[in-house]
Design a protein around this ligand. Structure first.
Ligand code: CP
Length: 298
């Protein structure tokens, strides 16, 4: 069976926990390359990103290399996409060239709808429009599990442009699975209508003292046709500053998928605060993606 990784909703709780366990194994053994650098020897993955990326693309590449695999980085701007080649034909070309898996990002929410049925190799969603970013979801869960030793029942606030965020899309699927309480905060126009009883809209200032984690999101300007953002006003109303942080529990953590805008959704000095796990999330992205690549091709 071909193992695609398109949405967290296709996985059971035990599947996700197994991936987290395996990611944790890779985290623990990160300084013992002999234990892991042969696991995907002779495999070749293609990174195919039709939207910009720093963290996801680089961490998938590093994950593959840490496991002994090789990576082809396909750059649409320098490719036959410029001559009119379609997404399907591009991916099919890479399949016929013999890659073992394709890590794929695109701006279309529905790009994976029928695509995976036409391929005989794993397709891995590295971010699909506003739909889901499931490998980010996995690394967020890994970070929460490391911090709290559990996922069940955690209280998480997500603040920002939730409506246009695929990161929030995957986190909300996971929240449902692990019975978390999720509070959506930010400008009302940027919040979706909650679709389940464990997801509610809330005022950021009211909910901050109660949550275990605050996930900050940037405003996805590239997904808005006409949104005027005054960074200073937004920061005052919805940004995390020292005063708001002082309202949070001392053991609560700050998350952000990146890229973050210092002085907009988070004050500059809080990005590397002792309660911030933002760079930890990035490190965990490599371990989560190692677990994913191994799962998809084993
Ligand atoms: N978190 C995330 O998806 O970052 P990149 O866009 O840099 O990959």
């Amino acid at each position: 069976m071909i193992k695609h990784f398109l949405s967290l909703s296709s996985f059971s709780k035990s599947d996700i926990l197994s991936l987290i366990d395996r990611a944790q194994f890779f985290s623990v053994h990160q300084n013992q390359p002999d234990k892991i650098n042969h696991l995907l020897k002779n495999k070749i993955f293609a990174n195919v990103f039709y939207e910009p990326s720093t963290r996801t693309r680089c961490s998938f590449e590093i994950a593959a290399k840490r496991l002994g695999a090789e990576v082809v980085n396909f750059v649409p701007e320098n490719s036959s996409v410029k001559k009119g080649e379609t997404v399907y034909d591009t991916l099919k070309t890479l399949e016929s060239l013999g890659v073992d898996g394709i890590v794929f990002r695109h701006s279309d929410d529905r790009v994976f709808d029928d695509l995976h049925q036409k391929f005989n190799l794993p397709l891995i969603n590295a971010g699909a429009g506003k739909f889901e970013h499931p490998s980010q979801g996995l690394l967020d869960l890994l970070t929460l599990q490391q911090e709290f030793g559990k996922l069940e029942g955690l209280k998480i606030a997500i603040c920002g442009d939730v409506k246009h965020s695929r990161v929030a899309g995957s986190l909300m699927v996971a929240a449902q699975m692990f019975n978390m309480e999720v509070y959506l905060c930010g400008p009302d126009a940027l919040l979706p209508h909650p679709e389940s009883s464990n997801i509610k809209k809330a005022s950021l200032d009211d909910i901050l003292p109660k949550v275990d984690a605050l996930m900050l999101l940037r405003i996805q300007l590239e997904r808005h046709e006409s949104l005027e953002l005054n960074a200073e006003t937004y920061h005052k109303q919805f940004g995390l500053n020292s005063e708001r942080l002082s309202q949070m529990k001392k053991e609560a953590i700050i998350l952000h998928p990146g890229p973050f805008n210092r002085g907009v959704e988070i004050s500059d000095e809080l990005v590397e605060h002792s309660q911030s796990r933002i760079f930890k999330q990035m490190s965990n992205g490599v371990f989560a993606r190692m677990a994913l690549l191994e799962w998809a091709t084993k």
